[in-house]
Design a protein around this ligand. Structure first.
Ligand code: SF4
Ligand code: SF4
Length: 449
């Protein structure tokens, strides 16, 4: 077990947390108690042979912890990252290639191509579609038990996730919504107002999860948050924060806004290696992220009894599954406190979904087939009762409605509906959940949490 934890920590030092910062890639579920949770599957639900973690070609033995005496850099505040990000975009060949394909194929064409790649990978492994696989696997496991469950059925909506736009001050190498300062798509106040109306009309929703891009840079962000806080004082409002946004000009009062509205911050966790973070997320991002975490701590976030929650998320960037969450969290707490004086509430682990930039990343490295194989052989029926799509409604910046963020990224909306077509999220319960081969990512190991 220790080896696994150590490997995961060391791996973290070599990988970027592009998927971590990008909240679209993180699945939040919720408990009937009303508390949000990201991790859904307890270690006890994992069979003895799950997960097997797979293999990665990422080198994990060259980790160097940078020692530095002063991590809280107040002088960084008010200095934008955007100019530097734009320079990095201009010289990044992979970014140029993705932009070229985006122009040529459009979002829909890229999703189709990606889906075909996943299908080819599964065909070469002799694995049927996710839906067929689910039926066979679950029925065979429950044979004679009388409790067959071979489909995923929507339940009462408890979590509303809003992707308020793609604008971001960073352009991380593996951002799975391909955000950057070039992406100007943003949720309008009309769509935001309608979402607030749905929130009021759906009392079973106890969590509003706001994501982007850098959601705080969206024109409707503060309106959404402050109105939601007034309309539903009990609501758990999550801000998926990339941390460096706190230092952007015009965001000097962001931290006090977060405190005032009791935002629940879910933040990217920088690697321990500045070089690796900066390579993936942009020059200087590591130092800015550590400084932002310390600022959050100073404001009370992550501190005992403050009521201000600061959660971190870990995901592997290579083609392997995350280790058990509980043990990794303890190790993170120990290391972050010792090396930087950082405290936080919970660490959540997530499985990288084989969609968008990560699918591209695997395809380029010729690892997609191996990764799909890893996901399928770690299929765990214990994940089925906690899938994000069971109680979540995901809305994009245009107001289109989806089962989950991954279906949003793949353009699989719920019957083409928008927030303007319904008066309560309860109306969506009659629609089937659209599942496909990417869903193997949610059902592997401990689940994508
Ligand atoms: S580009 Fe922005 S939204 Fe995408 S992963 Fe990086 S910080 Fe997150
Ligand atoms: S990817 Fe599939 S299984 Fe996962 S939350 Fe979305 S619809 Fe459900």
């Amino acid at each position: 077990m220790f080896t696994v934890i150590l490997a995961a920590l060391l791996a973290l030092s070599k990988i970027a947390d592009a998927f971590i910062a990008n909240s679209n890639g993180i699945i939040i579920s919720s408990l009937s108690s009303g508390k949000s949770r990201i991790s859904m599957i307890s270690e006890a639900t994992i069979g003895e042979d799950l997960p097997d973690y797979g293999q990665t070609s990422i080198e994990i033995d060259t980790h160097v912890l940078e020692k530095k005496s002063k991590w809280r850099r107040k002088d960084l505040y008010g200095k934008s990252l955007i100019e530097q990000t734009m320079e990095e975009i201009a010289s990044n060949l992979e970014f140029q290639e993705t932009s070229r394909r985006f122009k040529e194929l459009g979002q829909e064409g890229m999703s189709r191509e990606e889906k075909a790649q996943r299908r080819r990978a599964l065909d070469s492994l002799g694995i049927p579609s996710f839906n067929e696989f689910l039926k066979t696997k679950v029925n065979s496991e429950h044979e004679g038990a009388g409790t067959h469950k071979d489909s995923i059925t929507r339940q009462m909506p408890e979590l509303l996730q809003l992707n308020v736009g793609l604008y971001c001050n960073q352009a991380c190498g593996h951002c799975h919504v391909e955000s950057s300062p070039l992406r100007q798509e943003m949720m309008t106040e009309d769509v935001a107002s309608k979402c607030l109306e749905l929130l009021v009309n759906t009392p079973s929703v106890h969590t509003l999860d706001i994501t982007g891009g850098a959601p705080e840079m969206n024109a409707s962000f503060r309106y959404l948050v402050s109105m939601a806080r007034v309309l539903r004082p009990d609501l758990d409002i999550i801000d998926r924060c990339n941390l460096t946004v706190l230092q952007e000009p015009g965001q000097e009062d962001l931290l006090s806004f977060m405190v005032e509205n009791r935002l629940h911050v879910i933040a990217s966790l920088p690697c321990y290696s500045a070089k690796n973070v900066d390579t993936q997320r942009g020059g200087g991002v590591f130092e800015r992220s550590i400084s932002a975490l310390l600022a959050l701590n100073e404001a009370g976030y992550g501190q005992p009894n403050s009521g201000l929650t600061l959660d971190l998320v870990y995901n592997p960037l290579g083609a392997f599954l995350p280790p058990p969450q509980g043990s990794l969290e303890s190790k993170y707490k120990e290391v972050l406190a010792a090396d930087f004086g950082i405290v936080f509430n919970s660490l959540f682990t997530m499985t990288n979904m084989p969609v968008k930039r990560f699918a591209d990343f695997l395809h380029r490295r010729d690892e997609l087939k191996d990764y799909m194989d890893l996901l399928v052989r770690n299929f765990n029926t214990g994940t089925l009762s906690s899938l994000m799509c069971l109680n979540t409604v995901s809305v994009d910046y245009n107001g289109k409605i989806f089962d989950c963020d991954f279906n949003q990224q793949l353009g699989n909306s719920i019957d083409g509906q928008t927030v303007f077509d319904i008066s309560s999220l309860d109306e969506l319960q009659k629609h089937d959940i659209t599942t496909d081969n990417h869903c193997f990512g949610c059902t592997a190991g401990m689940g994508s949490s």
